[in-house]
Write a protein that binds this ligand. Structure first.
Ligand code: F3S
Length: 388
């Protein structure tokens, strides 16, 4: 890989140990994937925030990096393992809370914006068409590639942090035009509603695996697209998809591509595969994090109703959206907890809950493995009706 004199200097350790380590990581990644050079990025988004997912090993790495390095582009964080104001109500231990706050302080020291969400594009970190970025968090990076027209690979936490420190990323994969072409056409039957796009994503990932699907006749509902992106990334490692008339870089031709149809039976099969119990002790809504519009829809559905069943309910969102929705919060708090900057997957719910219900195919895919949960996969309405 061709390095500029400044990059070579950073690699040699002449600008500190943190930058040296970051350059070593970027060069190693670039060499593995055949990058010709590093390219400048406009933003980064980091995963590896919850103490549950990174543990003491991750803390050691962050301590090392934070000694003498700072991010050089706007950088945001993925959800952490708890709501910083309500961790006791989540039954988080003092030890976990202390280690979690240590992680947050390390990121803060490195100049990272402490807004912990998987939907940074709804707040301050919204890339423009054609921007090269280095984002971890599969749902967010897929949304950024596919809906916003930015360019990022599926970064891991350390790779994204290294890119954030150097302000550059190796030029390969989805940064290049030749890898941003569709591999399949996907047609979604007209009777499938936008509330079900999460299951559409699960079905596409399940059927096609890693691919670049081109969706016809889907529309541009932002909430639906963020759910679709999350689910497809979880079931099929899809980091980039195209939607007719939505994705900024539309394909030049669709000639010769196989067409795959997603019908009602595919949705039903996904629900069946994801469900292992029908008696949740936690209902978790907000994967990916709830948008302002979703908070409003939830509040208008619940307003005037009464909670009749004593099941724990979480509405997960970012601090930014939480602050924008005081009226909606007041309604939702009668039915559950509106939690900020965390989620049902990265919080240590194992040991507290056994069966979690979610309307997110991504959450339902990860809850068994990452949280030892049995899962009920249902629509938002089905979930809410369980408590009414
Ligand atoms: Fe976000 Fe957590 Fe879902 S990080 S996409 S709410 S699993």
């Amino acid at each position: 890989m061709q390095l500029t004199p400044e990059e070579a200097e950073m690699l040699a350790g002449k600008q500190g140990n943190g930058k040296k380590k970051a350059m070593e990581l970027l060069v190693a990644l670039g060499e593995i994937y055949g990058a010709d050079r590093l390219i400048p990025i406009t933003s980064a988004h980091l995963s590896g925030v919850s103490y549950k997912t990174i543990g003491e090993g991750g803390i050691e790495f962050l301590e090392e990096m934070a000694k003498d390095s700072k991010v050089s582009v706007p950088t945001t964080l993925n959800p952490m393992g708890m709501d910083t104001m309500r961790w006791q109500e989540m039954r988080i231990t003092e030890h976990f809370a202390a280690r979690q706050m240590h992680i947050i302080r390390l990121y803060e020291k490195m100049g990272v914006e402490i807004n912990c969400t998987c939907t940074p594009y709804l707040l301050t970190n919204r890339p423009r068409v054609g921007d090269h970025i280095a984002w971890a968090e599969s749902s967010a990076l897929s949304f950024a590639n596919s809906v916003l027209g930015a360019r990022t690979n599926r970064e891991g936490g350390p790779g994204a942090l290294a890119a954030a420190i150097i302000g550059r990323t190796p030029n390969y994969g989805l940064h290049l035009d030749e890898n941003r072409r569709p591999t399949h056409i996907v047609e979604v039957d007209a009777d499938i509603m936008k509330e079900e796009w999460s299951l559409v994503g699960h079905a596409v990932g399940r059927k096609l695996g890693s691919c670049v699907p081109f969706f016809r006749g889907l529309g541009n509902d932002v909430n639906g697209l963020k759910s679709l992106a999350a689910a497809m990334a979880a079931s099929g490692s899809v980091a980039f998809f195209m939607v007719d008339k939505v994705t900024p870089d539309q394909p030049k031709t669709l000639e010769g591509l196989e067409t795959v149809r997603i019908a009602r039976k595919d949705i039903e099969e996904s629900v069946q595969r994801l469900t292992s119990s029908t008696t949740p002790d936690l209902i978790a809504i907000g994967c990916p994090h709830l948008s302002e519009n979703e908070m409003k829809q939830l509040a208008s559905f619940l307003d005037g109703k009464t909670k009749k069943k004593d099941i724990e309910v979480w509405f997960c969102t970012s601090k930014g959206i939480y602050l924008r929705c005081p009226k909606e919060r007041a309604v939702l708090e009668k039915f559950g907890k509106v939690l900020c900057d965390t989620c049902m997957v990265v919080a240590p719910i194992e040991g507290v809950h056994k069966v979690t219900a979610s309307n997110s195919a991504k959450a339902c895919s990860y809850l068994p493995g990452l949280c030892s949960q049995k899962v009920f996969c249902g629509s938002q309405r089905e979930l809410l009706e369980m408590i009414l």
